[in-house]
Design a protein around this ligand. Structure first.
Ligand SMILES: Nc1ncnc2c1ncn2[C@@H]1O[C@H](COP(=O)(O)OP(=O)(O)OP(=O)(O)O)[C@@H](O)[C@H]1O
Ligand SMILES: [Mg+2]
Length: 325
């Protein structure tokens, strides 16, 4: 039985919207609105959704750089949503983040040596020589030449900067890394390289990933379990088999149909399928979303498979699924 490393329970992050002469709070952006997920030790958990669905906010709330509105994040049996508990459990060392935008997340005025050494300095007492040796090792792990030490972020390509981001994230020997679209800004070939060495590092050091992406294709071969996010909420969660072979929510189906295909032979067929799914998504809004356009609460379909549907719809969908078997 897989052991869990982290449990996110009913996480909400709401941002106030102010307007009018008095600049009063008139409403909230519900960036994350009741999200619960459990990640096991050493696994890759995919968090997928289109732009603005709340993925980065979820990731930042988990690592503790974004204040939460309500909910719990349980690590080693303790709720770490307070800074005091995070310190007590060494949480800031054990849980790291690779940020979405490598250009703005690496300080342009610092040399690579200092960028990678920063988390080490926060948590360990190494001599200058020991520290340099450690940074060299880390550069080696991510396949960067050793003279990178003395350079600045702008002297590297996007792919190289992502590798530097990975080196910094693994510097403290973490248990969990939140990887926010680590490859989406990269060319396909470089994307594959970065994914491969992330996988390699994961196996070598037994790290769990919360892998954030807008593309279900990217994480297909990496993720054991996935959560699909839309409008701040989860529309579907399940194992890789549940999500890729038995998707139920129209939004999941839509993301699946959007995966770019290399296969030329079926291009026409796929285009037609994509248009059908898009039609269904447009026409059946009232079935999949409530009258305010909000995603319904998740309901269990089987073992790990949960989908957001009103109660009576679930029965209908189950009947359809059975008919198909
Ligand atoms: N500091 C903030 N103040 C107000 N609204 C915010 C803030 N940060 C994010 N939001 C809003 O919260 C929602 C979710 O943003 P988030 O960055 O989490 O989305 P995302 O899924 O990571 O999107 P992308 O794929 O574009 O990175 C968006 O509507 C965004 O505008
Ligand atoms: Mg984001």
């Amino acid at each position: 039985m897989a052991k869990e490393i982290i449990q996110v329970k009913n996480l909400k992050v709401h941002y106030p919207i102010r307007s009018g002469f008095w600049n009063r709070v008139t409403d909230y952006v519900r960036a994350v609105d009741d999200v619960s997920i459990t990640i096991n030790e050493g696994e890759t958990y995919g968090l997928i959704g289109e732009s603005g669905s709340g993925k980065s906010t979820t990731g930042k709330a988990i690592v503790g750089v974004e204040p939460i509105t309500s909910g719990q994040i349980i690590y080693q049996g303790v709720n770490i949503t307070t800074a005091k508990n995070r310190r007590k459990l060494n949480y800031n060392k054990d849980v790291q983040m690779i940020f979405q935008d490598s250009m703005s997340s690496l300080n342009p005025r610092k040399r690579i040596e200092d960028i990678i050494a920063e988390p080490i300095r926060n948590f360990e007492n190494l001599t200058t020589d020991q520290e340099r040796e450690r940074v060299q090792e880390l550069l080696d792990i991510v396949g960067m030449p050793s003279d990178s030490l003395y350079k600045y972020p702008h002297e590297f390509s996007g792919g190289q900067r992502q590798r530097i981001g990975v080196a910094r994230a693994v510097a403290t020997n973490p248990r969990l890394i939140v990887a926010d679209e680590p490859t989406s800004a990269l060319d396909l070939s470089v994307q594959a390289q970065v994914l491969n060495f992330m996988k390699h590092i994961q196996q070598q050091y037994d790290i769990a990933y919360l892998f954030i992406s807008h593309d279900l294709g990217v994480v297909k071969h990496m993720s054991e379990n996935l959560a699909i996010m839309h409008r701040g909420r989860l529309v579907e969660i399940g194992s890789r088999d549940d999500i890729y072979n038995h998707p139920m929510h129209i939004y999941t189906k839509r993301l699946l149909s959007a995966i770019p295909l290399v296969d030329v032979e079926h291009r026409e067929e796929n285009k037609k399928h994509r248009q059908e799914v898009e039609q269904e998504f447009q026409n059946d809004q009232s079935k999949w979303y409530d009258d305010k356009g909000r995603v319904y609460p998740l309901q269990q379909v089987s073992g790990k498979h949960w989908v957001a549907l009103p109660k009576d719809e679930l029965k209908q969908e189950e009947i359809k699924e059975k008919g198909r078997d």
